[in-house]
Design a protein. Structure first.
Length: 218
């Protein structure tokens, strides 16, 4: 009987020790949880602070929309604009050219979306392949007229560029294309001007993954 009593006592002590260890582990987990949860918030807060510092003193065309660079409403309605950015680079010329190329890409995307939607609305019978061909032709013909307006470098080294294109140059490309009839060209040129003029002043065209070759002029 004594052996049995000693066995029971040993089992009881083992169970108590297991419970004590489990309780300690649970307590440690509960203490660690708030710390673990706080890390993402602290990181997010730090990131927002870094972004705010990086954009301190940034021009209005970067923070509120590229068209706000032009104070005159008539001037705003007569241009298509785009903003491009480049990461810090020891080669300042390369960073500048990358930012300009991306701004041109933003303008190209703006023209593509606008012209494509106008063509589809006007001519529902035109196939996708033909529409894409028309849009590509008009975009390629318009981009050489891009003008570099401003370049700004942040405190953290990022380079940002503002590029513009006169709507009149887009209209000229539309009027000289051989892909449309004369009547269709005139109608599309008019509606394109109306569409670009109707854009919100804070509209901010940003680039997609495509980066056309640099060609903006100062």
């Amino acid at each position: 009987m004594k052996a049995t009593g000693r066995t029971i006592s040993a089992d009881l002590l083992a169970r108590r020790e297991s419970r004590r260890i489990a309780t300690c582990l649970l307590a440690l987990a509960l203490l660690a949880a708030p710390i673990a949860c706080a890390k993402p918030n602290q990181t997010a807060s730090t990131d927002m602070t870094d972004i705010t510092n990086a954009l301190a003193d940034a021009p209005i065309w970067l923070t509120e929309g590229c068209r706000l660079h032009w104070k005159n409403e008539q001037a705003r309605e007569s241009i298509v604009c785009g903003v491009g950015s480049a990461e810090p680079n020891r080669n300042r010329v390369a960073a500048r050219e990358t930012a300009i190329a991306r701004a041109r890409s933003a303008i190209a995307r703006s023209i593509k979306v606008t012209i494509e939607s106008l063509v589809r609305i006007e001519d529902t019978a035109t196939g996708d392949g033909e529409i894409n061909s028309i849009v590509h032709q008009l975009t390629s013909a318009s981009l050489p007229g891009c003008q570099l307006e401003s370049v700004w470098q942040s405190r953290t080294g990022e380079v940002h560029a503002l590029v513009s294109l006169q709507v009149a140059k887009v209209q000229r490309s539309v009027r000289t294309t051989s892909a449309l009839s004369l009547a269709a060209r005139e109608d599309l040129a008019r509606r394109a001007a109306d569409a670009f003029a109707a854009m919100d002043p804070s509209f901010d065209a940003r680039p997609d993954e495509t980066i056309p070759s640099s060609g903006a002029t100062e």
